[in-house]
Design a protein around this ligand. Structure first.
Ligand SMILES: [Ca+2]
Length: 303
């Protein structure tokens, strides 16, 4: 399951960096808002840190919501990873706890029974116990009190305010379900023409889904939200579905090299924990990660 989720992230990063490549001066760094169902030292965690550390990008904020994790967990993990990476100044705003459709969590098992299962057994927050708070999630994960805290603003309002304050300047990397962005558009439709672009990890177009035989996890988690956002007249939307993402593999040799290079960095233990277990041995030994440098451009599907 881990390999599949990680595959979903690497081409997105490449696409972001490609889209934003060019003669960018240090003073004109591309402003990116990352909207994520955050995990620890894995796909979305790597995305956040790469964006936070990229010299061409200004990561203006990280907004979290439930999906691969509960929003409480994702918020805790975002804060801890930014702290460990020396990026404590990046604001984190916590967002939606549930998909837009009422009682969606209760119906997940039933839907899967009738629709069938995809090749990824990961069920995210559909199958996890909900923490009492982001602080509780943090203390359970790290055994101590958090040093950082999220901003005192809901993620939906953070998105609205950030877009309005930077008209035409913000790229949104939507690498989780689309609930935060959908709510922002519903609450403040004036932001739609002010968004520079949205780059999604979502959907499966010409291949089977990973959660059901037809559906990819992010958009299956909250299909109403995805519909609202994708159908909004945003200037530029780039969708990287499973068709792109599952061509990109993170192999054991890449993991070993990464762990070695990290030495005793605080995130080294986090990384080892994320990749521990049978799933790595069984699934991650797959075709070369070099695919991330040669994935077919035709699969960057404009909508
Ligand atoms: Ca994600």
């Amino acid at each position: 399951m881990n390999a599949v989720r990680l595959q979903c992230l690497l081409p997105l990063l490449l696409a972001l960096l490609c889209v934003m490549a060019g003669p960018v001066q240090a003073a004109e760094r591309e402003k990116v808002l990352l909207d994520s169902d955050m995990v620890e030292a894995f796909d979305d965690g790597f995305a956040m840190l790469l964006l936070a550390k990229s010299p061409n990008i200004e990561l203006v904020g990280v907004t979290t919501l439930s999906g691969n994790s509960w929003v409480e967990q994702g918020t805790a993990w975002a804060l801890r990873q930014l702290e460990d990476a020396g990026c404590a100044s990046v604001p984190v705003a916590a967002g939606l706890e549930y998909p837009l459709r009422p009682n969606r969590h209760e119906l997940f098992a039933l839907e899967r029974k009738f629709l069938g299962r995809g090749h990824d057994l990961w069920t995210g927050s559909f199958g996890l116990e909900k923490p009492a708070s982001w602080q509780a999630a943090y203390e359970k994960a790290y055994g101590c009190k958090p040093k950082l805290k999220p901003v005192d603003k809901h993620a939906v309002n953070f998105i609205i305010d950030t877009i309005r304050a930077n008209p035409g300047k913000i790229t949104i990397a939507a690498i989780g379900p689309c609930g935060n962005l959908a709510m922002a558009i519903r609450m403040a439709p004036d932001i739609v023409p002010l968004i520079k672009r949205v780059v999604y990890m979502g959907g499966a177009f010409f291949q089977p889904g990973n959660t059901t035989p037809a559906a990819e996890f992010n958009w299956y988690f909250d299909p109403e939200a995805a519909r609202i956002v994708v159908r909004s007249p945003i200037k530029e939307q780039i969708v990287l579905g499973l068709d792109v993402c599952e061509n990109v593999i993170f192999k054991r040799e890449h993991y070993d090299r990464l762990v070695k290079s990290m030495g005793n960095h605080p995130m080294s233990k986090m990384l080892r924990n994320s990749f521990a277990g049978q799933s790595f041995e069984k699934i991650l030994i797959l075709p070369s990660m070099s695919g991330m440098c040669s994935f077919p451009r035709s699969l960057l599907i404009p909508v």
